[in-house]
Design a binder for this molecule. Sequence first.
Ligand code: ZN
Ligand code: ZN
Length: 386
Amino acid sequence: MKYVLIPTRNKGFDFTKVPYIREIVPSSVESNFYQSYPTIAKYLREYLDKFNDYEYALNETHPQAKILQQCGDQEFEIIFLGTGSSVPSKYRNVTGILLNLFDKGAILFDCGEGTLSQLYRACGKERAETILKNLKCIWISHLHADHHLGLAYLLEKRSKLTSEDVVIVGQGRIKEALSEYLVCSSDTKFNFDFIPMQTLEPERYCPEKILLDRVINPLGLKSFINVPVDHTCAEAYGIVITHQNGWKVVFSGDTRPCSRLIKAGKDCTVLIHEATFEASMIKDAISKKHTCSFEAIAVGEQMNAYRTILTHFSQRYCKFPIVDSQKTDYALRNVAVAHDLMRLNAKKLIPIPKVMQVLKHFWTIIEMDTQSYAFDFDETEDEEKK
Ligand SMILES: [Zn+2]
Ligand SMILES: [Zn+2]
């Protein structure tokens, strides 16, 4: 894509070289990637040939490993639509995480700007629109813009696909912002019901709580618990979802390591925890109320999380982040790093920490490839000057 200044009659973005979103299907993205990076393709094939999920799972003693082994292919998947913090970058969009239960529906944790486009990129048009229509809940962790700025656009698109209401669980000001948006854009429609975040705390009674049945029943959940966490703005929450089949997914939102979350998420299947900074930036982590990667890993270990997936990286680590304490026994066996458009089926949670070792090599190769292209380009320029 380029921006045209002159001739002025063509002024503006030129999309002619950008494939229309409908033409983008995951399989073509994959094959293009392999064509562009043949070394990685070879590496991946060799790795997959050697790796045996089943043998790996047999060595696992965590009770959740047994539950996952019994899961079918369509039990659940986690799709990372944005894994960076603050503002979008080339490789990491801002937060959006989809917990997809296939035919039963889905829950979206946070909806940063660009979340809808990322869903289309991750799933292709047809599947993305099926997920959107069948979306049961959008849960907003807190009021920082990188966690909800894509909400209005996603709701607008969804209302063109279905008239069924989606349940939004969020802060009162999210509802106000959506109402303001509708005042300014009279032809826009949103289909949603709203549950104020605090009303889901166990000790409070509120009539809106009944709306949660529209999420819990179709998805077959056992519980849906909001946990207040420790961040720079009021009403910041983490969430713990437990399914009737025994698996449990925890998302931290933005927070310092939080004992309430550790308690509520005990023995979970997956902890998705923010890891904004590396250890050397601990002062920033404390003042901005975020977590360093080594702290997030420690939270996972204390929680006895079967898998801990790190996300919400500062954009200074927009490729492979610096992960401290990655050599501890827990980190080697249980921890993985999220990337945009990463799709984790329940079954694939078993080998994911091993896959991370390979992914790290991928980034090194991509980095080297990019540098060699840059080098060639410089040489060409020099040649031209001569
Ligand atoms: Zn954030
Ligand atoms: Zn925040």
